[in-house]
Design a protein around this ligand. Sequence first.
Ligand SMILES: *[C@@H]1O[C@H](CO)[C@@H](O)[C@H](O)[C@H]1NC(C)=O
Length: 178
Amino acid sequence: MATFSRAIVSLAPIFLLFNSFSEAKELLVGGSSDAWKIPESSQSHSLNEWAADHRFLIGDYLVWKYDSNKDSVLQVTRDSYLKCNTSDPIAEYKDGNTKVKLDHSGPFYFISGAAGQCDKGQKLIVVVLSSRHRLYAISPAPAPAEYDGPAVAPTSSATSLQSSVLVFCAVLVGFAMM
Ligand SMILES: *[C@@H]1O[C@H](CO)[C@@H](O)[C@H](O)[C@H]1NC(C)=O
């Protein structure tokens, strides 16, 4: 009985791990509820730096919090992103608590709908990995010319960490079963 419960305890991290692989995540843009704003002058691309530090998978959600009287979120084409062109966006959100599902792989471009704020750096590119990256997360860096922002961070180190955790858990289970 003691051995049995020990085995269950050892298995728990594995279930959690598989959960984290498969469950859609909600990612708060910029990592805090006041991040959708003109970046501080010293870090003109801070929103894209945040994006470079995260992995985005199909089915994940981006969440924005902002004052709906002063700002909005526009999903735009690459061209409109580069020009900060707020006319004719793909989608416009202005409810102050915006949730967008990342429903396909590839880049998503977002800019502020408030006058002049995109020009001051309030914009975001998120590159969603295709589903095969769930298993083999060796992501070739996108061609730099494609993006007006920092390159997407390679994800292989995060994945190798995940696989070492997995191996570690398997070893734990092995011990518990002995
Ligand atoms: C902004 O986008 C609209 C719609 O796509 C287009 O008609 C207009 O020419 C663009 N403006 C600039 C300055 O590129």
